[in-house]
Write a protein that binds this ligand. Structure first.
Ligand code: GRF
Length: 200
């Protein structure tokens, strides 16, 4: 299975998946890191794993559709089977969703459908929930609305800050995301309508 990881920033979730691949826990290869920020730290992480990068600047394109068409061409020429969005901070269009629906996943730092979109951690703190977490879902045309594959709950403490709660959620993400990628690589995940099944 050939994977492309999409990321915009630090890339600690990319790192968790790359380490799991390296350790033999995911029967797959990360072919490419796609990044919309030329200065993002994820690019240094990719280089240290010897993984190719595809970097673009959205401002240089007339539309999202225009840069996505170029990304899709790159993914298709490399025979990418699975897109893993790990902190990719851009909305996607049908240009990307249509060819990869069911083969494109995202990790979100909340228990969807609660707190979609930007700042899921801050939204949960502000609302005052006592339990939040992380969600991995298939990507559809909406913002964090696609079929849910797996979730991991994280308790909120009364003294939590954005930083302390964020760190706890990230620890959950580093377990959840490689786990889901391994299930997909093993061919165990099926999608029918909105229903996702993890088979043995
Ligand atoms: C993660 O918490 C992810 O859920 C969110 O952005 C963060 C990315 O962190 N959408 P990193 O770049 O993987 O370190």
């Amino acid at each position: 299975l050939k994977i492309a990881v999409f990321a915009s920033g630090n890339g600690s979730n990319f790192q968790a998946v790359a380490e799991a691949v390296q350790a033999g826990r995911i029967p797959a290869r990360i072919e490419l890191v796609v990044c919309d920020k030329p200065s993002a730290y994820v690019l240094e992480r990719a280089r240290s794993f010897g993984i190719d990068t595809y970097v673009f600047s959205p401002k240089q394109y007339a539309s999202r559709e225009a840069y996505e068409a170029e990304i899709v061409a790159e993914l298709q020429s490399r025979g990418i089977d699975l897109i893993v969005m790990a902190g990719y901070m851009r909305l996607v269009t049908q240009v990307l969703v249509e060819p990869y629906y069911g083969r494109m996943i995202n990790i979100h730092p909340a228990l969807l459908p609660a707190f979609p979109g930007i700042n899921g951690i801050g939204q949960a703190l502000e609302y005052g929930v006592k339990l939040t977490g992380a969600t991995v879902h298939f990507v559809d045309g909406g913002t964090d609305t696609g079929p849910i594959i797996a979730q991991k709950a994280v308790p909120v403490a009364s003294e939590d800050t954005l930083e302390s709660l964020g760190a706890r959620i990230q620890q959950a993400e580093y377990e959840l995301l490689p786990q889901v990628v391994s299930w997909i690589a093993e061919g165990r995940v099926t999608l029918e309508g909105r229903k996702v099944t993890i088979n043995n």
